[in-house]
Write a protein that binds this ligand. Structure first.
Ligand SMILES: Cc1ncc(COP(=O)(O)O)c(C=O)c1O
Length: 342
């Protein structure tokens, strides 16, 4: 980046690393053990997608790109539309038609042209790929341009800084396209090269939903690449990615770190989301809740221990997703029955 006027911003900030003392106590964690949540829902457009897109859109502006297209589960499209509008770039966004209504409307409200597709994210990706020449679009799909991943490295750098340059023992990451995991792994290597951290690395855990777990299957089979996952379904839309372009990079990071890949059911995701809200007042999105479910499962089967310092990534705000109905009605035309508040 040579010209500072091309840098776009919506006020990106460091996201909090929240402790979970009630969960720690309930699980009986031992000395040194702790559960921490990196809450990415605080970023502009309420997800970690802002990290990659603030960087990539700034570079696109610097390089004179005027029309950008992207397939998305929802959150990336919201971030792309916002930053493109700030940069004076047109954005064309394609998402599965069951993406959350909030994200689709948010994307449109921020100036993007958004289309709902009766297919999955890979079907959206094909529309973009096939339109590149016809429409003069620049393809912003995961790992098809080099800068989104560079922006996402800030997750790892920030985490190192927040933990006083001592990385945690384990990171649970909700893995769709896997860019966050790949980017953190790259950031840690670069930090060590610069002498900012030592050689100790966290074990990287790729968390997927059991209805779409190509990386878990490949990890279990010892394969270098993942096979496309047929009929992908999960309520955690951000990790409903049947084909990941960077599958081999995710698997490499997981293996090099001595981590693992794990699948959790949608029921356990919903339970974990409710539990974290109830126990700690932290509202995880379904993808973040998947990491909590995976942590609980791994603690039970012994893949992580009670003395591990563990970080869960909540990559997006829970507020964008449906929540269970709640609230009791009070009729002010009748005397208030205070007994119900006991
Ligand atoms: C909230 C949320 N979590 C996790 C992911 C998966 O991210 P990655 O592509 O880095 O695997 C996404 C991607 O859309 C997301 O929106």
């Amino acid at each position: 980046m040579r010209r500072a006027e091309n840098i776009v911003t919506l006020g990106e900030m460091m996201t909090p690393l929240l402790n979970c003392p009630r969960v720690d106590a309930a699980l009986g964690l031992t000395a040194g053990g702790a559960l921490l949540v990196k809450d990415e829902g605080r970023l502009p457009t309420a997800s970690f997608k802002a990290r990659g897109l603030v960087m990539a859109v700034s570079m696109a502006r610097e390089l004179g790109i005027t029309r950008i297209a992207m397939p998305t589960a929802g959150n990336a499209g919201a971030a792309l539309s916002a930053y493109c509008t700030r940069a004076g770039i047109e954005s064309f966004i394609f998402c599965p038609e069951d993406a959350t209504e909030v994200t689709i409307r948010e994307t449109a409200l921020q100036g993007g042209r958004v289309y709902s597709v009766n297919g999955l994210i890979n079907d959206c990706g094909k529309i973009v790929g096939d339109g590149v020449e016809k429409m003069d679009w620049f393809d912003f799909s995961t790992l098809k341009e080099p800068y989104r991943i560079e922006g996402k490295k800030t997750m790892g750098i920030e985490l190192a800084e927040q933990m006083d340059w001592q990385l945690p023992d384990v990171i649970f990451y909700p893995t769709g396209g896997g860019t966050g995991l790949i980017a953190m792994w790259k950031a840690f290597a670069e930090l060590e090269e610069m002498g900012w951290i030592d050689a100790k690395r966290p074990r990287m855990v790729a968390v997927q939903a059991s209805g779409c777990a190509p990386i878990v299957k490949a990890w279990e089979e010892g394969a270098e690449f993942a096979e496309p996952w047929p009929d992908a379904t999960t309520l955690a839309h951000g990790i409903r990615v049947p084909v990941a372009v960077g599958d081999f990079l995710i698997l490499r990071g997981v293996r090099e770190s001595n981590g693992f890949a794990i699948a959790v059911t949608d029921e356990s995701i919903e339970e974990a989301r409710a539990r974290m809200g109830r126990e700690e007042g932290i509202h995880l999105g379904p993808e973040g809740a998947a990491t909590y479910a995976a942590y609980l499962q791994s603690l039970e089967d012994g893949r992580v221990s009670k003395s591990d310092r563990v970080v869960l990534f909540n990559c997006g705000s829970g507020l964008k997703y449906p929540m269970p109905p709640a609230g009791q009605r009070i009729d002010i035309s009748k005397p208030i029955d205070y007994a119900i508040f006991q």
